[in-house]
Design a protein around this ligand. Structure first.
Ligand code: IDP
Ligand code: MG
Length: 168
């Protein structure tokens, strides 16, 4: 099935200058990149992203980790799209626990477990189609993605938007 998936290069990946390496590995999938940006992650966004893990003993550390409290305060968010995108990306990503992940997977090659027990596994990849949809809609607005992956509606809303100031 042709489907989208959300990838996050987590703050440890950015701190360790792994962006290029991770993107090179991901290009092996031959999927299309249809959205990309750098995000400063708020507590609200982090908690929404990991809402399903609320109550886990590592939850607070995980939120701080995604917000960049332990590394750099930024995440690279990407949407990849194509045939079996979710599975292909999860394969290259490797298992959640970086010590159990195949050593040629991204997490196996670059992840670590801290002495405090945080899995610093350098990237996130959506687990299934429902997660991908929820996560992509959380991280991206429709106009930031160059393919029509989900239905869109036009809404009139009053917002104050920032534009580049025109110099005289
Ligand atoms: P996934 O990222 O492989 O989909 P999830 O179970 O959804 O794995 O967990 C989300 C994230 O929470 C993981 O990527 C990892 O950073 C962290 N995590 C999951 N399980 C543990 C754990 O047992 N100890 C510490 N951190 C964990
Ligand atoms: Mg998950």
């Amino acid at each position: 099935m042709i489907e989208p998936t959300l990838i996050l290069i987590k703050p440890d990946g950015l701190k360790k200058s792994l962006t290029g390496n991770i993107l090179t590995r991901l290009s092996e999938t031959k999927l299309d990149i249809i959205g990309a940006k750098i995000v400063k992650v708020s507590r609200e966004l982090a908690e929404k992203h990991y809402a399903g893990l609320k109550g886990k003993p590592f939850f607070e550390d995980l939120i701080k980790y995604l917000m960049g409290e332990y590394h750099k305060k930024k995440v690279m968010a990407l949407v990849y799209w194509g045939e079996d995108a979710i599975l292909k990306v999860r394969d290259i990503c490797g298992k959640t626990n970086p010590e159990e992940a195949d050593s040629v997977s991204i997490r196996g090659a670059y992840g670590r477990i801290t002495t405090a027990g945080v899995y610093e596994n350098v990237m996130h990849a959506s687990a299934d189609a429902a997660d991908a949809e929820r996560e992509i809609k959380l991280w991206f607005n429709p106009e930031e993605i160059i393919e029509a992956i989900y239905p869109v509606e036009e809404k009139e809303i009053e917002i104050i938007d920032k534009k580049w100031r025109e110099e005289a």
